[in-house]
Design a protein around this ligand. Structure first.
Ligand SMILES: Nc1ncnc2c1ncn2[C@@H]1O[C@H](COP(=O)(O)OP(=O)(O)OP(=O)(O)O)[C@@H](O)[C@H]1O
Length: 266
């Protein structure tokens, strides 16, 4: 489960700066009191796909993901997950992965346990936490606090916290931001392995084109704001992907850069 359909989605925010301060509060679109962020987005993500979303800064990627998560309402259009229209946040099926999302006053164990509060069988719950900490290679660090972990370990703990609740959809907004280069590469590998193992639907926002090409089953590239879909590509080559051996990947890399307005500095 985790099939997402985005139909005719548009989003406008009211710009406070320019909103008229009159008794008549109805906003005036023609005078530019609205910021148009998404414009008629139509997308379809298959169950179990890892989709990377790319686009210029400020084009509306986070807004789209927040609408899919039910945190924001679209101005028009709709999102359905497994045939049900998203009308608000639902913790049952969707997990929004946030970096720096660990609660600093709780140990790794307690942070991972947060999503399992509903489980009445404590032994089963303990086994499950141990299992997921093992999957992300954090066995032995259960009683550490977040500040006692490296950046990469914190992300792995966040990953365990996301996976332990067994969501159908995982929404990840630049989850590797702030990690050093090598740790970032290792985290990519972990996500690829985790995805091959669990096959969750993952929407992954990144600014890193190589990252998207290495990881994604599908890649969606948006235009400048208001975001429209410029490219929607299925990447079928198997993992691990090697740019030096697969000329199609290299060609794709160039065309995505071109689409994003980079022509020479490749
Ligand atoms: N709650 C809000 N109210 C008003 N404007 C908003 C709100 N949230 C986002 N915006 C505006 O919508 C636009 C798109 O923001 P969004 O965060 O979705 O872009 P993004 O593509 O994720 O950007 P980045 O890649 O830089 O993270 C921005 O101009 C932002 O200022």
């Amino acid at each position: 489960m985790g099939h997402i359909q985005v139909c005719g989605l548009s989003k406008q925010y009211m710009e406070r700066r320019t909103a008229p301060r009159t008794v008549n509060c109805s906003p005036n679109v023609e005078q530019g009191t609205y910021l148009e962020v998404l414009n008629d987005i139509n997308l379809h993500f298959e169950d179990g796909e890892l989709v990377c979303l790319l686009g210029p800064s400020g084009c509306g990627k986070t807004t789209l993901v927040r609408i899919i998560a039910g945190f924001e309402q679209p101005t028009s259009g709709s999102v359905t997950i497994d045939g049900k229209q998203v009308k608000g946040p639902s913790s049952n099926h969707i997990f929004v992965f946030q970096h720096n999302g660990l609660l600093p006053w709780m140990t790794v164990w307690d942070n991972v346990r947060l999503g399992l509060r509903h489980m009445s069988d404590k032994e089963q719950m303990g086994d499950r936490i141990r299992e997921y900490l093992d999957i992300v290679n954090l066995t032995g660090f259960e009683h550490h606090y977040p500040h006692q972990l490296s950046g990469g370990m914190q992300r792995r703990a966040e990953l365990a916290r996301a996976l332990v609740v067994n969501p159908d959809v995982l929404l990840m907004d630049e989850p590797f931001a702030g990690l050093d280069f090598l740790t970032r590469l290792k985290m990519r590998e972990e996500i690829i392995n985790m995805h091959e193992y669990f096959r969750k639907t993952i929407l992954f926002i990144t600014h890193d084109i190589e990252e998207a090409l290495v990881m994604a089953d599908r890649m969606v590239v948006f235009s400048d704001r208001p975001a429209q879909v410029r490219m929607n590509l299925k990447l079928s080559c198997s993992h691990p992907r090697d740019f030096t051996k697969e000329s199609a990947l290299e060609d794709l890399r160039r065309s995505v850069y071109m689409e994003l307005g980079v022509h020479y500095a490749l």
